[in-house]
Design a binder for this molecule. Structure first.
Ligand SMILES: C[S@@+](CC[C@H](N)C(=O)[O-])C[C@H]1O[C@@H](n2cnc3c(N)ncnc32)[C@H](O)[C@@H]1O
Length: 256
């Protein structure tokens, strides 16, 4: 009788965990945008705009060949990339969005119909750990509130660095596990762990999905740990800032 390899069960467990996360996003996809705006009281828009502006500054190019948004979900970040490029008079030749949830991608297709029709946007089903993208072909890679959901974090970071051009920019927006003291930070932690699941649960009628949000933040890395992981892979931090009493963190790095 053949012995069971302990790594097999670890891999199965990882796959199962990832599958459950993606199924959850399929379920909440139709109400995702509405819940998002209500939970963040619309402030997430300013975090996204800051991310685009800092990335353009770090890249320093007027003509950008490819912007890739991993875990693109319903397409908000892709919309912002195009909008901010217009405002800054920059030209993006091609935008690409990748996400494993067909439900989230369906909403993105509707939201970004004009860009798709122009042939300047490609939406693709896929996971961060195995990007169907040529090496060294991407100028800007973003992942907004997606990395916490990627079970294979190390493999995903390897992939991000592989597809970026030298000098390319990586942009991560995330609710990081940063421990900060202070009354306002404690209030924000209370808001994230108790109020957000209630609001998200009410709008989506799926409390479990929004209870997962604070749990996933607790299990995630801090911005320092993330910066270190990227530095080990040859990415230099360009800008790291936490917004709104440490709720959301923006990391911008440049591949050396
Ligand atoms: C909180 S949503 C963020 C969506 C979008 N980026 C935004 O800013 O609104 C997280 C997204 O991560 C995606 N996701 C989950 N696991 C993933 C993985 N392994 N690789 C890539 N994306 C993943 C989900 O399908 C979901 O669309």
């Amino acid at each position: 009788m053949s012995k069971q390899n302990p790594h097999d069960s670890i891999t199965k467990e990882t796959l199962h965990k990832q599958e459950k996360i993606v199924n959850m996003f399929d379920e909440i996809a139709p109400s995702y945008d509405k819940a998002n705006r209500m939970m963040s009281l619309g402030v997430d828009v300013s975090w996204r705009v800051s991310a685009c502006k800092k990335a353009f500054e770090a890249l320093g190019k007027e003509h950008i060949e490819c912007v890739l948004d991993v875990a693109c979900g319903t397409g908000d970040m892709l919309w912002h990339w195009q909008n901010e490029a217009n405002k800054a008079q920059k030209h993006i030749a091609h935008l690409r969005g990748i996400d494993p949830s067909s439900g989230m991608l369906e909403v993105a297709h509707q939201k970004l119909a004009a860009l798709l029709e122009e042939g300047r946007l490609t939406l693709q089903e896929g996971e961060a750990k195995a990007l169907d993208i040529q090496s060294q072909s991407v100028d800007i890679l973003s992942i907004a509130y997606g990395l916490r959901n990627v079970v294979a974090l190390e493999e995903a970071l390897d992939e991000f660095v592989r597809v970026l051009k030298p000098g390319g920019v990586i942009v991560i927006l995330e609710f990081m596990n940063n421990k900060k003291r202070g009354v306002f930070s404690s209030l924000m932690r209370f808001y994230t762990s108790k109020i957000l699941p209630l609001v998200g649960g009410l709008v989506s009628k799926n409390y479990a999905a929004y209870k997962y949000l604070p749990d996933s933040i607790q299990n995630f890395v801090s911005s320092d740990e993330l910066a270190q992981k990227l530095s080990q892979r040859g990415v230099k931090s360009y800008f790291v800032k936490s917004y709104s009493a440490n709720i959301s963190t923006l990391y911008v790095g440049v591949k050396l």
